[in-house]
Design a protein around this ligand. Structure first.
Ligand code: GAP
Length: 445
C-alpha cells in the first residue's frame, strides 16, 4: 500500500465512520481545522483520560489544573512568544501565493531578481522575507484598540508557570513536584497539514515538573523513560517509535536540552511529544516581567532558589492520529478485503458490539437487555441490521475489540459468543459473565 494512499484511506474512513470531519464542511471547510465526530471524540477522550490517569491520579507528586485560554498579554512578552514565535514568510507579487522563506521549492534568494516563485514560476516577484507571528490575536472588550489585544494561547505551559505559586501553596506540595494540564492551544501555522497532524487549533497535554537546580538532568532522564513507556503502553509498534535529540541549532529559546519522541508516519518520522529541560528560563522571566518573587524556600535545607523545569508536552490530536495510523490494516478474508482498526481495547471508542443473530425467536429482546446492561459499564453499540458478517466488519472498521452475538443457544444455555476483532476467534461466555469478561480485557491489556 503506497503511503499517501494509506493517509487518504484513513481520512476517508474517519469521515465515513464518524471519527473526524472537516470543520464547517458545508461552507467549504476551514483550513486545517477539524471536528471530532462520535467515535473520534471517544478516542481522543480515552487518550486524554489515560494521560491524566498516568500523570495525575497515579502519582502523588503531580497536581492538575485547568487554566484559561486567554491570559494577560504580558505573559506572552515574558514567555518570548511576542518577539520570537515567528516564521519568515515571502509573498509572490504576481500570483499572490505565500510561502515560508525556507520552502525548499523556492529557487534563488527571496527578494532578489533570481528568485523564482514555486507556483507561477515568475522570476523576481518574491518579496524579502517578513516575520510573521504565529499567535492568533483577538480583542478584549468592545473597543478594538491596542490596549485590549489578547492572544489565544499557543501552548498551555504558560498557564502552569503563572499558577505555580498558587498550586504550591494550596496543595502543600514540595519540590520536586509537577503540574499537569490538558487544554486547547492555537497556532496560525503557515504550513499546516497531514490531516490532524498539524492544525491551527489543537489540544496539548503538558506537564511541568519543578526541581532543584542541579537535579534537572536526572529528572529529565526519568521523564524521558516514563513518557516513552506511556506511548508503548498505548500499543504503538515499538519499532515505529524513536528518539530525536535537538541539536544546538534546533533548540527552542527556552531549552537547555530537548528530545522528541517521534513516530514513523506514512509522511516520515515526526514528533508526537517533546521533553524539554527548560532550566529557570520560565520562572525567571515571569519573575522579571511580573515583579513577583517566584522563588521556592526549602525549609529543611534553609535555602531559597528558583526551580528548574522539566517539561513533557504531547498533542492529544497527534497521539489520536498516531493510534489511527498504527491501527489501520487491510486483510484478505475469504476473498474480501477486511478493514480493521486494531486499536488497543483501552482506547477503542466502542468496546463491544451487541448483535442478535436473527430478528426473531426472542433474540432481539435478549440482545437489547444485554446491551443496556453493558452500557452501564462501558460504551457499547447495538446492531441488528444486515448479515452478521457485515455487522462484524462494521465494528472492525470502528476498532471495536469485541463482538457479542446472541444466538439460538442463548435463551436455553444463558451463553453468548464473543468474537475477537483481531483473531476473529470466538469464545462462548455466560451472559452473566460477559460484562466482566470484556471489562477485564479493556483494563488488562
Ligand atoms: N510547551 C512546549 C511546546 O508547546 P511544541 O513542541 O511546540 O512544545 C508540543 O509542542 C506538542 O504539541 C507537539 O509534540 C505536538 O504533539 C503538539 N503540537 C504542536 N503544534 C501542533 C499543531 N499545530 N497541531 C497539532 N499538534 C501540535
Amino acid at each position: 500500500m503506497a503511503d499517501t494512499t494509506l493517509m487518504d484511506k484513513l481520512v476517508s474512513l474517519c469521515k465515513r465512520r464518524g471519527f473526524v470531519f472537516q470543520s464547517s464542511e458545508i461552507y467549504g471547510g476551514l483550513g486545517s481545522v477539524w471536528d471530532y465526530g462520535p467515535l473520534g471524540v471517544e478516542l481522543k477522550k480515552n487518550v486524554k483520560d489515560r494521560w491524566w490517569q498516568a500523570m495525575v491520579h497515579a502519582r502523588d507528586d503531580i497536581e492538575g489544573i485547568d487554566a484559561a485560554i486567554l491570559m494577560h498579554p504580558r505573559v506572552w512578552e515574558a514567555s518570548g512568544h511576542v518577539a520570537g514565535f515567528t516564521d519568515p514568510l515571502v509573498d509572490c507579487r504576481h500570483c499572490k501565493n505565500r510561502f515560508r522563506a525556507d520552502d525548499p521549492r523556492i529557487k534563488g534568494t527571496p527578494g532578489q531578481p533570481d528568485a523564482q516563485c514555486p507556483v507561477c514560476g515568475s522570476k523576481g516577484t518574491l518579496t524579502e522575507p517578513r516575520l510573521f507571528n504565529l499567535m492568533f490575536k483577538t480583542f478584549m472588550g468592545p473597543v478594538e484598540e491596542q490596549a485590549a489585544v489578547v492572544y489565544l494561547r499557543p501552548e498551555t505551559a504558560q498557564g502552569i508557570y503563572v499558577n505555580y505559586l498558587n498550586v504550591l501553596q494550596s496543595s502543600r506540595q514540595r519540590i520536586p513536584f509537577g503540574i499537569a494540564q490538558i487544554g486547547k492551544a492555537f497556532r496560525n501555522e503557515i504550513t499546516p497539514g497531514n490531516f490532524i497532524f498539524r492544525t491551527r487549533e489543537f489540544e496539548q497535554m503538558e506537564m511541568q515538573f519543578f526541581v532543584k537546580p542541579g537535579t534537572d538532568a536526572e529528572w529529565f532522564e526519568r521523564w524521558r523513560e516514563w513518557r516513552m513507556q506511556w506511548h508503548r503502553d498505548l500499543g504503538l509498534a515499538p519499532a515505529r517509535l524513536q528518539w530525536h535529540q535537538h541539536g544546538p541549532d534546533e533548540l527552542a529559546h527556552y531549552a537547555r536540552a530537548a528530545f522528541d519522541i517521534q513516530y514513523q508516519f506514512p509522511f516520515g518520522w515526526q514528533e508526537i511529544e517533546g521533553i524539554h529541560n527548560r532550566g529557570d528560563f520560565d520562572l525567571g522571566r515571569h519573575q522579571e516581567y511580573s515583579g513577583k518573587k517566584l522563588e521556592y524556600f526549602d525549609q529543611a535545607a534553609n535555602e531559597r532558589y528558583l526551580p528548574f523545569i522539566v517539561e513533557t508536552s504531547a498533542g492529544a490530536d497527534r497521539v489520536a492520529l498516531t493510534l489511527l495510523v498504527d491501527a489501520y490494516r487491510e486483510e484478505q478474508v475469504e476473498g474480501e478485503t477486511r478493514v480493521v482498526l486494531g486499536l488497543h481495547p483501552a482506547v477503542a471508542p466502542i468496546k463491544a458490539g451487541v448483535f442478535p443473530l436473527v430478528k426473531k425467536d426472542g433474540m432481539p429482546e435478549l440482545a437489547t437487555a444485554l446491551y443496556h446492561d453493558l452500557k452501564r459499564r462501558f460504551p457499547a453499540f447495538y446492531d441488528d441490521s444486515g448479515a452478521i458478517g457485515r455487522r462484524y466488519r462494521r465494528m472492525d472498521e470502528a476498532g471495536t475489540p469485541f463482538g457479542i452475538t446472541v444466538d439460538g443457544e442463548t435463551a436455553a444455555q444463558r451463553t453468548v459468543t464473543v468474537r475477537h476483532r483481531d483473531s476473529m476467534q470466538q469464545d462462548r461466555v455466560g451472559v452473566d459473565q460477559v460484562a466482566d469478561y470484556v471489562a477485564e480485557r479493556i483494563a488488562g491489556n
